[in-house]
Unconditional design. Structure first.
Length: 144
């Protein structure tokens, strides 16, 4: 009977040790996972801050371009208005106005191209930190 009690105690000790080891392993893995989440969260927030900063910089650039274009367009309009005021005939005024209209449309289209290029560059700069984080997360998941 002593051997049965000893073997039962040994089996219980073995089960308790196995339970303890399994519990400890699970807790250690959970803590490591939470540490990884904290690190990734910090990196994600940093990437988001960098992205917002780049977007704000791009918006500022676009705003400056729009203001510069508006100022130049107004100056061109005033020059044309002065020319129109000194026109000697209706035909001359018509020619001045036609030339200005053509110039205004061409410069507006050219400015739209510059704005488009600036917007595209700004979007690329602002999305780069986020794309880098997605690539890093994909690499982390691929390793696991």
């Amino acid at each position: 009977m002593a051997t049965t009690a000893q073997s039962a105690k040994a089996a219980a000790d073995q089960a308790a040790d196995f339970g303890y080891d399994t519990f400890k392993t699970t807790v250690d893995r959970s803590i490591a996972a939470f540490d990884g989440i904290a690190v990734n969260s910090k990196l994600n927030l940093e990437a988001l801050a960098d992205s917002v900063g780049a977007a704000a910089e791009g918006a500022q650039t676009l705003s400056a371009q729009a203001a510069a274009y508006g100022k130049k367009a107004l100056e061109d309009h005033l020059v044309t208005a002065k020319k129109l005021a000194t026109a000697k005939s209706v035909q001359e005024a018509f020619d001045i106005q036609t030339g200005y209209a053509k110039f205004a449309v061409e410069s507006y289209i050219a400015e739209l191209g510059r704005w488009s290029d600036s917007f595209t560059a700004s979007m690329q700069r602002s999305m780069k930190p986020l794309n880098d984080r997605v690539a890093a997360a994909a690499a982390d998941f691929a390793v696991r």
